[in-house]
Ligand binder design. Sequence first.
Ligand SMILES: *[C@@H]1O[C@H](CO)[C@@H](O)[C@H](O)[C@H]1NC(C)=O
Length: 207
Amino acid sequence: MKTPGAVLLLLWSALVVVAAEQSCLTEVRGMQRELITLVEQQREELRLAKAQVEKQIDALKNEVRPSNVAFSTSFSVKTDKHIGPLKTDTTLLFDLVFTNVGNAYDTTTGLFTAPLKGVYQFNYHIFAGGDQGAGHGAGAKLFKNKDEVVTAYNHVAPHDINTSQSVILQLQEGDTVCLLLEAGWWVAAYTGHLTTFSGHLLFAVGY
Ligand SMILES: *[C@@H]1O[C@H](CO)[C@@H](O)[C@H](O)[C@H]1NC(C)=O
């Protein structure tokens, strides 16, 4: 009787130990799950915080965007010549840059692209002289994107003409402005730079 009792006791003890280990293991697993959940939560919080910081950096970048935008151009020529009259409407390429702060005027496309939302002023002066354009008017139209905004024009002149225009436009970032030479019109590209196109940001909007 003594021996089976001892065996039973031993078995019982072993069971208790196993059960204790089991419950300990369950507890550990539970803690492990909690830890994993916690890490995942913190990872998510970190991701959100990072996104928040990135957003703030972007906002800051917007605030310090180029607030100085100004360009002033004409035609770069070695000898006096004329542009036009042409058969099709053509964007005038002002390839002589006096000023291009903010690099918003592209001499290869003739387009000014607003680097930020704001109110801009544009001025242009058109000169046409000599006999090449005899019988043709001289001038140019200012376009905002695909829309005609203002025109400077002078009809057929006996010898030379001057015409100019100025406009203030509210532009969105990415809006383009250019001067278009209408088919049949002409302008002079003289070494004295009598034809000019310029513009500048008056003030930014919404920053
Ligand atoms: C146009 O301007 C040019 C340059 O200043 C001048 O030589 C010319 O006489 C002007 N033409 C007229 C018609 O005013």
